[in-house]
Design a protein around this ligand. Structure first.
Ligand SMILES: Cc1cc2nc3c(=O)[nH]c(=O)nc-3n(C[C@H](O)[C@H](O)[C@H](O)COP(=O)(O)O)c2cc1C
Length: 168
């Protein structure tokens, strides 16, 4: 069975909240949900599937705690692991850098030979530009709690079902 760990970077708690919703739907116990500031190589080794979440800050920048988190991840052997990315952003005020943090995590990890899962169709999102769009699809799950919180539960449910299929 695939063992799943959820790691989030969150400045005001939004991505943490989404991480917990995702974990619940994936049947991941709360003891396997981590603030990324607590990430270690030993922890990463425990899991077959890494669900990684970041918000986007500044203008298209990674959430602060991920800068060190990414360095630790890149020291690990991720070649047999699935990686599912998600993130929180604001598609109205930051329509040119919507959820860019997801795209930054992808760029950082794409040469690790990990297996990415959980891409999302851009249909239904309103934004101008995002580096999280790779080959015409979001490389993970973007969530906009600022403008579209009514869509969050459905987006999470759909994505979790897809991730479950891809890792099975
Ligand atoms: C100063 C500032 C900069 C932001 N920059 C971006 C951005 O470039 N792209 C984006 O999609 N969202 C941006 N956001 C929106 C946040 O990512 C969003 O509020 C998110 O839900 C915060 O999640 P967190 O509480 O987990 O950190 C920004 C918000 C603030 C206040």
């Amino acid at each position: 069975m695939n063992k799943i760990g959820v790691f989030y970077g969150s400045t005001t708690g939004t991505t943490e909240d989404v991480a917990r919703q995702i974990a619940e739907k994936l049947n991941v116990p709360s003891g396997h949900i981590y603030d990324v500031s607590k990430i270690t190589e030993d922890l990463i080794r425990e899991y077959d599937v890494l669900v990684l979440g970041t918000s986007t800050w500044g203008v298209g920048e990674l959430q602060d705690d991920w800068y060190d988190g990414v360095k630790i991840l890149k020291q690990c052997d991720l070649s047999h692991k699935y990686v599912a990315l998600f993130g929180c952003g604001d598609s109205d005020s930051y329509c040119d850098t919507f959820c860019d943090g997801i795209g930054i995590l992808y760029e950082e990890l794409k040469d690790t030979n990990c297996k990415f899962c959980g891409t999302t169709d851009t249909t239904g999102y309103t934004f101008d530009s995002s580096i999280a769009v790779v080959n015409g699809k979001f490389i993970g799950l973007p969530i906009d709690e600022v403008n579209e919180d009514s869509k969050t539960a459905e987006r999470i449910s759909k994505w979790v079902e897809q991730v479950k299929l891809e890792i099975s």
